[in-house]
Design a protein around this ligand. Structure first.
Ligand code: UTP
Length: 300
């Protein structure tokens, strides 16, 4: 399968944050969905920390209307810092961790929310001719090893397009991009087709793409073609990936970790409980019906 030559290191990551977050209204009326917190940290910060921990050096946010809170979150806050320097050095240290090196962050505006594929295409001039990562902050993943690092390790060996994938209940296929599987070798799935949000009876499998991609820049002409041939409706990244199958292999990686759909209320609620179980300062405040303290379930 694939070649064993080393492929170019991935140093750029796109964070599409231009969506409307309508499934989380009214919370997302004035606050970007990606700024909703799991415990005391916004979703977007978890995703950025995952990218940095995986070796990413350049952060590209594709933002939209009403998303300026994200820019402020990753910026300096001089008044607050001056105040905390006097009153709360611990909180100041937490704030300082948020500062990304100057010049490592770029923002590009998606003027209209025309879909994930369109958002990625909006970053084409910043990505240019390198393979790049895409992280969807509302796909929140708890794992021992960052899921992006798991993907990057495979990409370095095999090249091509990659996405993290997981098994979903048959009734949920209409919420995901679903794989048509050519073959599977352990956690690596070679994909021969993709269907965006199929009804259960039309789904080629129950293996779904979730929230992390590594894409080759060869995707951009395919996105361009979709954009010029789609006068209305959303531009899906899955359609562009499917259109590139003739030249670019596409692999799914069954990643290690627990994923929560934090674009929905049940997903956010479960993520909050799961994250609390991992926190020494909070685990004691979670109890089962028997009065037993709830313990972490994902670490083995
Ligand atoms: P979603 O499918 O979750 O859409 O997008 P959404 O608009 O954010 O939320 P709902 O469906 O209205 O509740 C998946 C990811 O793609 C980004 C979103 O920000 C999210 O991270 N996205 C989506 C864009 O950046 N631009 C778009 O036009 C659409």
């Amino acid at each position: 399968m694939g070649s064993s030559m080393t492929h170019p290191r991935v140093t750029k990551a796109i964070f599409p944050v231009g969506g409307l977050g309508t499934r989380f209204l009214p919370a997302t009326k004035a606050i970007p969905k990606e700024m909703l917190p799991v415990l005391d940290k916004p979703l977007i910060q978890y995703a950025v920390e995952e990218a940095l921990a995986s070796g990413i050096e350049e952060i590209i946010f594709v933002t939209g209307k009403g998303k300026t809170a994200i820019e402020d979150h990753f910026d300096r806050a001089f008044e607050l810092e001056t105040l905390l320097a006097r009153s709360n050095p611990k909180a100041l240290a937490a704030l300082k961790k948020l500062q990304l090196p100057p010049g490592s962050v770029a923002y590009v505006r998606q003027q209209e929310p025309l879909g994930l594929g369109h958002a990625i295409w909006c970053a084409r001039h910043l990505v240019r001719d390198e393979p790049f990562a895409v992280l969807l902050a509302d796909d929140f993943i708890l794992s021992e090893r960052p899921p992006l690092a798991q993907l990057l390790e495979q990409h370095a060996q095999f090249g091509g397009h990659w996405a993290t994938v997981m098994s979903v209940p048959p009734s949920d296929t209409s919420r995901y991009g679903i794989l048509d599987i050519a073959s599977q070798d352990g956690a690596i799935i070679k994909v021969k087709g993709l269907v965006e949000k199929p009804l259960p009876e039309k789904a080629p499998s129950t293996t779904a793409i979730v929230g992390r991609y590594i894409l080759s820049p060869t995707i951009f002409p395919h996105l361009e073609a979709k954009i010029s041939s789609t006068p209305t409706g959303e531009i899906q990244i899955t359609d562009a990936i499917a259109a590139s199958f003739a030249t670019d292999p596409f692999y799914g990686l069954v990643f290690e970790g627990d994923r929560f759909d934090c674009g929905t209320l049940p997903g956010m609620f479960e993520a909050t409980v799961a994250a609390a179980r991992l926190r020494a300062d909070l685990a004691g405040s979670l109890f089962t019906q028997d009065g037993m303290s709830v313990r972490n379930s994902f670490t083995r």
